[in-house]
Design a protein around this ligand. Structure first.
Ligand code: NAD
Length: 414
C-alpha cells in the first residue's frame, strides 16, 4: 500500500482511535485489512459494434456485524485503493449508526459522461454478472454512489433477479420507488447532514438562523443538505459543482438553484455572481460542507480554510494531514462516518421494507432517520467530551469498540 494511498489515509484515523482506547491489538489486525477484494474484467459491446473491456472492483471490508453494504461508483479515478478505503469507511459508518451491516464498496473505471444509456446498461449488467458470486441480500447489498443512480440500481436488481429466477428487490437500495425503493432515500444523506449540523449548533448553544454556509458539490448530497439547512434558517452563501461556483452574501435561492441544476446539470447557468470553483473552500463562512469528492482539504490548503466548522458531506474530503491543521486552528470537523450516514440509515430501512414487503410512508422514514442520527450524534459528542478528543476520533472509537464487542461473542472461526 503506497504511503499517500487513500486506504492508508483511511487507516490513519483507525490507528489514532485504536491508540486512544488501547484497542485490542488482535482485533486491530483484523480491522486494518479488507476481508475480500474482487477485481473483474467487464467486456461490453459498444454502440459502434466494437468490444471494449473495462475494469471493475468490489471490496467487502468487514462483515462481522452483518451483510456488507456500500455504493457502486462509475468514475475514471476508481481504483482498488479507493474502493478499499471507501469500503473501510462504510464499515465504521454502519457500526457507528448501529446498523446490522458491514461495509463494502464497488466501482468501474470509466467515464460515464462518454457512454450512451445502452452502453451504461450493458456495463452495469455485465458488472453485476461478474460480481454475482459475492452478491446477495444477506451477503452484500449495493447502492448508488458517484455517477450511479436509481436507474443503475434497477439494472442490477433486474440482472440479479433474472439469474435467480425470481424478483429480488432486497438485493439493492436506492432503487426507484416502483421497484421497492424507499420514500425519502434520495434526500436522506442531505437531510442527515442538516440534522447533524443542527444538533452540533444546539450542543454549542448556538443558533443556525443566519449562519453562513458554503457547499462544495451541489449534487445529490450537497444540494439536499443546502435545501434542508436553508429551511432551518441558515444562509447558503456559496455553492459549487464541477462547472464553477455561485456566491451571494445574502443567501442563494436554493429551491431555484435546485431547479436549475435539475434542468441544466450545473450551477453556473443560474443567474448571479460567480467565482472560481476552488475559491469556495476559502470563503469566510460559519460552516463549510465539502460534498463532492475525497482529498479536498489537505496539507497544502487546510491553513487557508476560514470556516469555523467543517461538515464532511463527501467521504474522506479532509485528509489526515488536513485534519491535524484544522484541529490546530481550532476548526471543528464533523466526520463523514457520522455526517453523511443518513443515506445508509435509510438504505437499511429500504432493505427492511423490501424483505418484509411492507412499505412505509415518508414521515415514518424521516422520523426513524431523525431518531438514529440524533442518537449517534449524542453518543459521539458525549464520548468526545469525556475523552477530550476530536469528534472524528470519538466516532471511530464508538464504531470500532462496537465491532470488537461483536468479535468477543462470535470469536474467530474456526
Ligand atoms: P453526485 O454525483 O450527485 O454529486 C457530486 C457533485 O460534486 C456534482 O455536483 C459534481 O459536479 C460535483 N463536483 C465534482 N467535482 C467537483 C469539484 N472539483 N469541485 C466542486 N464540485 C465538484 O454525488 P453524490 O451522491 O452527491 O455524492 C457526493 C459525495 O458524497 C461522494 O463522495 C459520495 O461518496 C458521498 N456520499 C454519497 C451518499 C449518497 O447517498 N449519495 C451517501 C454518503 C456519501
Amino acid at each position: 500500500m503506497l504511503d499517500d494511498s487513500l486506504a492508508r489515509k483511511a487507516q490513519k484515523h483507525l490507528y489514532k482511535a485504536a491508540r486512544e482506547v488501547k484497542f485490542d491489538k488482535d482485533i486491530l489486525k483484523i480491522l486494518e485489512k479488507p476481508m475480500r477484494i474482487l477485481e473483474v474484467s467487464i467486456p461490453i459491446k459498444m454502440d459502434s459494434g466494437k468490444i471494449k473491456v473495462f475494469k471493475g472492483f468490489r471490496c467487502q471490508y468487514n462483515d462481522a456485524k452483518g451483510p456488507t453494504k456500500g455504493g457502486v461508483r462509475y468514475h475514471p479515478n476508481v481504483s482498488e485503493d479507493e474502493v478499499v478505503a471507501l469500503a473501510a469507511w462504510m464499515s465504521w459508518k454502519c457500526a457507528l449508526l448501529d446498523l446490522p451491516y458491514g461495509g463494502a464498496k464497488g466501482g468501474i473505471i470509466c467515464d460515464p459522461t462518454k457512454l450512451s444509456q445502452s452502453e451504461l446498461e450493458r456495463l452495469t449488467r455485465r458488472y453485476t454478472t461478474e460480481i454475482m458470486p459475492i452478491l446477495g441480500p444477506h451477503i452484500d447489498i449495493p447502492a448508488p454512489d458517484v455517477y450511479t443512480t436509481s436507474k443503475t440500481m434497477a439494472w442490477i436488481m433486474d440482472t440479479f433477479s433474472m439469474f435467480k429466477g425470481y424478483t429480488e428487490p432486497s438485493i439493492v437500495t436506492g432503487k426507484p420507488e416502483i421497484l421497492g425503493g424507499s420514500k425519502g432515500r434520495k434526500e436522506a444523506t442531505g437531510r442527515g447532514i442538516a440534522i447533524i449540523t443542527r444538533e452540533y449548533f444546539k450542543a454549542r448553544k448556538k443558533s443556525l438562523k443566519g449562519a453562513k454556509i458554503a457547499v462544495q458539490g451541489f449534487g445529490n448530497v450537497g444540494g439536499h443538505a443546502a435545501l434542508f439547512l436553508s429551511q432551518l434558517g441558515a444562509k447558503i452563501v456559496a455553492a459549487s459543482d464541477a462547472s464553477g461556483c455561485l456566491v451571494n452574501p445574502d443567501g442563494l435561492d436554493i429551491p431555484g438553484l435546485l431547479d436549475c441544476v435539475e434542468k441544466h446539470a450545473c450551477v453556473v447557468k443560474y443567474p448571479g455572481k460567480q467565482i472560481e470553483g476552488k475559491e469556495l473552500l476559502y470563503q469566510d463562512v460559519d460552516v463549510l460542507i465539502p460534498a463532492a469528492l475525497e482529498d479536498q482539504v489537505h496539507q497544502k490548503n487546510a491553513g487557508d480554510i476560514k470556516a469555523k466548522l467543517v461538515v464532511e458531506g463527501a467521504n474522506g474530503p479532509v485528509t489526515p494531514e488536513g485534519d491535524e491543521i484544522l484541529e490546530k486552528k481550532g476548526i471543528t470537523v464533523i466526520p463523514d462516518i457520522l455526517a453523511n450516514a443518513g443515506g445508509v440509515v435509510v438504505s437499511h430501512l429500504e432493505w427492511v421494507q423490501a424483505i418484509s414487503g411492507l412499505y412505509w410512508e415518508e414521515d415514518q422514514v424521516n422520523a426513524e432517520l431523525e431518531r438514529k442520527m440524533v442518537k449517534a450524534f449524542k453518543h459521539v459528542w458525549e464520548n468526545a467530551q469525556q475523552r477530550k478528543v476530536s469528534l472524528r476520533c470519538s466516532a471511530y472509537v464508538v464504531a470500532i469498540e462496537r465491532i470488537a464487542e461483536v468479535y468477543k461473542y462470535r470469536g474467530i472461526f474456526p
